[in-house]
Design a protein around this ligand. Structure first.
Ligand SMILES: *Cc1c(COP(=O)(O)O)cnc(C)c1O
Length: 481
């Protein structure tokens, strides 16, 4: 060991001794609870609240001593220490779920709650939540009714389906459909469509969970109708197609037409199912979304049963919609799993109200927030970005620009199709971009933006006009610090 490294070892030893000392000086919970200022907190807060706050305070202190971020301990006797405990208890008392402002440009952002609901849907939840309702009573006969009846006709009218059923979400819709039709039998799916959509929802696993046996056909990029045909035997119950909604294989690819698979299914007495994921009820190709098949077209091409989400492009509450052949929907309704994955009354009320917005005299592109965000012109988006940038400059920020940006539909839909957008890009004195993101995230109404390079960016496509004063207020707070 040479002189220098001996010296370093010696210094490290001193350092770790100091660290050990500090850690040893951290008081026990009981001792802390006996300190006058801390004991006084028990007049305002419950004992579990105070001990929980103390425990996490001690945990944080231990961490920052170990990491070297802290070389001394706070004064546990002080009023300041008790005040900071009180404010962490107050913070915990706030509701955990809160509204945030989505400045990410991702319209159906799963982590931010996917679709915002239309006022009509909120009103329906309010009405049904605050009162008794005819959830399962037929008001014409006075006899027991079905909760599914409230939306079945609407879904059939909008999709051309014979029958429909609504469950908790699309994952449940897929599971129920497979379980009720293919348990113990074979399900044939293309290797190019065995998707994972996140949250551990992998199609091969769901098929296994349903008790069906997966038979993969074709290759990642090419699967032909003849591949399916060869795989079908007397044990086969279902041909399953799925919308490869969150990735795309480009180049040398092919998949059979739905009509061809429908013919094959009919000739072999199997069921053609499609897990659509997003599922749109109206053609959105005029707004740049060319790859999202419309549910009614899919059913018309001969698919027996389709499953799609209520809170993706449909723009409603969390739910899973199953539409198609009446005999199949009937056996799904009769399956025991149906009860376990049933939709709750609030979501059902919101779904009915959202579906009604697809009918005259409404225009869903105006009334359904998800569709409105997609359909708004880039000029409208730019005007909102310009207004916000001007207001931020007027409030004293200097480095604010408006730049072209790309917004996304999100929610696993349309991976490559971005929507033309504009964003406000800025820096603030004495803030790194990371610090600015954190400061705005801790705003009373958190603002969730993006970092691009070293700048904080807010995409204006997911902002509403009502969000703008809140954003302005948050920046005043940031600048005041
Ligand atoms: C999103 C998605 C699902 C799951 O839908 P949830 O409503 O989130 O349960 C299933 N399949 C596909 C193809 C999807 O994109």
């Amino acid at each position: 060991m040479n002189g220098l490294s001996a010296c370093l070892h010696w210094r490290e030893a001193i350092g770790s001794k100091h660290l050990d000392n500090l850690l040893r000086q951290l008081p026990q919970m009981q001792a802390l609870l006996e300190k006058a200022h801390i004991r006084a907190l028990l007049q305002t807060y419950t004992r579990p609240e105070v001990t929980r706050a103390l425990r996490s305070m001690l945990e944080a202190l231990r961490g920052s001593v170990r990491s070297g971020a802290r070389t001394s301990l706070p004064d546990f006797e002080s009023e300041t220490f008790a005040t900071s405990l009180a404010s962490s208890i107050e913070a915990r008392r706030r509701p955990s779920m809160r509204s945030v402002i989505n400045a990410t440009g991702i319209i159906i952002h799963t982590n931010l709650g996917r679709a915002r609901l239309a006022p009509e849907a909120i009103a329906a939840m309010q009405e049904v939540g605050a009162n008794y309702s005819n959830l399962e009573v037929d008001l014409n006969t006075g006899k027991r009714g079905s909760r599914y009846a409230h939306v079945e006709d609407l879904i059939c009218d909008l999709t051309g389906a014979e029958a429909a059923l609504v469950v908790n979400n699309c994952a449940a819709a897929v599971l129920l459909s497979l379980m009720a039709t293919a348990q113990g039998k074979k399900v044939i799916a293309s290797r190019g469509e065995l998707i994972e959509i996140g949250g551990a929802f992998r199609l091969p696993d769901v098929i296994e969970q349903s008790g069906a046996i997966l038979k993969e056909v074709g290759s990642t990029n090419k699967t032909r109708a003849s591949d399916y045909e060869r795989a079908i035997d007397s044990e086969t119950a279902v041909i399953l197609k799925s919308h490869t909604s969150n990735f795309r294989v480009v180049g040398f690819t092919s998949a059979p037409k739905r009509e061809d698979l429908a013919l094959l299914a009919r000739n072999t007495d199997t069921i053609l199912m499609e897990d659509l994921g997003s599922g749109v009820l109206i053609d959105l190709s005029a707004y740049g979304l060319r790859d999202e098949p419309v549910v009614s077209d899919i059913l018309r091409s001969g698919v027996d049963l389709v499953m799609f989400s209520g809170d993706k492009l449909l723009g409603g509450p969390q739910s899973g919609i199953i539409a198609g052949r009446a005999d199949l929907v009937g056996s799904l309704k009769a399956h025991p799993l149906c009860r376990a994955v049933r939709i709750d009354k609030l979501s059902l009320a919101a779904l009915e109200a959202t579906l009604r917005l697809y009918r005259e005299p409404h225009n869903p592109l105006q009334s359904v927030p998800v569709l409105r965000a997609i359909a708004q012109t880039v000029g409208e988006v730019r005007a909102r970005a310009d207004w916000l940038a001007d207001a931020l400059i007027a409030s004293g920020l200097e480095d604010v620009t408006v730049a072209k940006s790309a917004a996304y539909v999100g929610g696993g839909s349309l991976p490559q199709q971005d929507l033309e957008s504009y964003a406000v890009s800025l820096s603030a004195p004495s803030y790194t971009a990371d610090a600015l993101v954190a400061a705005l995230r801790s705003n009373e109404i958190p603002i969730i933006g993006l970092i691009r390079g070293d700048r904080f960016v807010m995409d204006a496509r997911t902002l509403n006009d009502e969000d703008l004063p809140i954003v302005m207020h948050a920046f005043r707070g940031v600048r005041a610090r």
